[in-house]
Design a binder for this molecule. Structure first.
Ligand SMILES: NC(=O)c1ccc[n+]([C@@H]2O[C@H](COP(=O)([O-])OP(=O)(O)OC[C@H]3O[C@@H](n4cnc5c(N)ncnc54)[C@H](O)[C@@H]3O)[C@@H](O)[C@H]2O)c1
Length: 323
């Protein structure tokens, strides 16, 4: 059993990670300022773990990663830090680049320095495929040049570089996991910056048109959230990953039109699609090469796209009224 800190644990991925760590018998603390995270995520984690008959040693600190004092308190006794806290929207970062930079860059550096001072064993950082930008060669490999297209992407990439630097300068073990498009239950479909899958599923369930920006032929490497939790757990103890960057994804590519067809098949209802002009800063195609994560972590995504969509659809069907 280890002591784990999940920054951003009231968010979508952080909440699933906290749950996954508790289910594996670890003690978990969350640090979150609820900028985009919500208490209902925390309560859902507590309820699932308790329902499974497990003790729920979940400790929640309402505080910011920009506050060194809150971080020093949160890091006390911690073995592993899973740094998920961020302002994760591309669109928001284009509108508010300074705030995006502050939380995503300065916040990450503050987390790393606090981890150094607390002597934690390893920091596992949530990187982003946004770092690749519109690099045309697919699948995207960690050796490809980066070309961030938004302040968010640049900030996430800068966070990776701070991880590497802190490993080299201060011997803080870090590993960056570059997530691609993550989806699953509890992802906020109502935010103006929401990811496509919860938005599309909710529109389908409400018999509303699905809104597509661009022609729908753009593709993404959609990854079910349990796969991301699995990769993070492997990254806790994998040897020889200090200072490394690893793609964490499904390794496949699905266009938005294929995704809509899959949702149609699962709901067994035709959906209406409305097309709008493509958004500035959106990349055309994205697909991960996951061979480095396979080699260094032994990573194989346990849940495929169809199974992930089924779980996600079932969740939103059950919680439709709450959204
Ligand atoms: N969702 C994806 O597809 C995806 C893809 C690539 C990378 N990521 C990365 O994964 C991480 C989690 O993303 P998510 O989709 O769960 O987003 P989310 O918005 O649901 O979670 C982010 C959490 O960070 C918290 N937070 C923000 N500012 C904070 C601060 N100053 N102090 C403490 N907490 C703060 C928010 O309140 C929220 O709970 C982020 O680092 C994001 O960049 C996500």
């Amino acid at each position: 059993m280890s002591y784990c800190l999940v920054t951003g644990g009231a968010g979508f991925i952080g909440g699933h990670l906290a749950e996954g760590l508790l289910q594996r018998g670890h003690q978990v603390r969350i640090l979150d300022d609820f900028a985009t995270g919500v208490w209902t995520n925390v309560h859902a984690v507590q309820a699932h773990v308790t329902q499974a008959g497990l003790p729920c040693p979940l400790d929640v600190i309402d505080g910011s990663i920009l506050d060194p004092q809150a971080l020093a308190t949160a890091m006390r006794g911690i073995d592993y830090v899973f740094h998920q806290a961020a302002l994760p929207s591309v669109v928001f970062s284009v509108q508010e680049p300074l705030l995006s930079n502050r939380v995503n860059v300065e916040g990450t550096l503050t987390v790393l320095l606090a981890a150094r001072d607390a002597g934690v064993r390893r920091v596992i950082y949530a990187g982003s495929s946004a770092a690749y930008g519109d690099h045309p060669e697919l699948p995207q490999r960690e050796t490809h040049p980066t070309h961030p297209l938004s302040p968010y992407a640049l900030a996430k990439l800068t966070g990776e570089e701070y991880c590497r630097l802190c490993t080299e300068l201060y011997q803080v073990e870090t590993v960056t996991l570059r997530y691609f498009n993550v989806f699953g239950p509890r992802q906020n479909p109502n935010s103006p910056y929401a990811a496509v899958i919860p938005k599309f599923i909710l529109a389908a369930l409400r018999h509303e048109p699905i809104l597509v920006y661009g022609d729908g032929a753009q593709s993404r490497d959609f990854t079910y959230v349990d796969n991301i939790v699995h990769g993070n757990v492997l990254a806790m103890t994998a040897p020889e990953v200090a200072g490394q960057v690893l793609n964490l994804a499904d390794g496949s590519r699905t266009t938005l039109l294929q995704l809509i067809a899959a949702i149609e098949a699962l709901t067994q209802q035709p959906v209406q699609v409305q097309f709008f002009e493509a958004r500035v800063g959106d990349v055309r195609h994205s697909q991960a090469d996951v061979s480095r994560a396979k080699a260094l972590l032994g990573f194989e995504p346990p849940v495929n796209l169809e199974q992930g969509l089924q779980h996600t659809l079932a969740y939103y069907q059950q919680h439709l009224a709450a959204y």
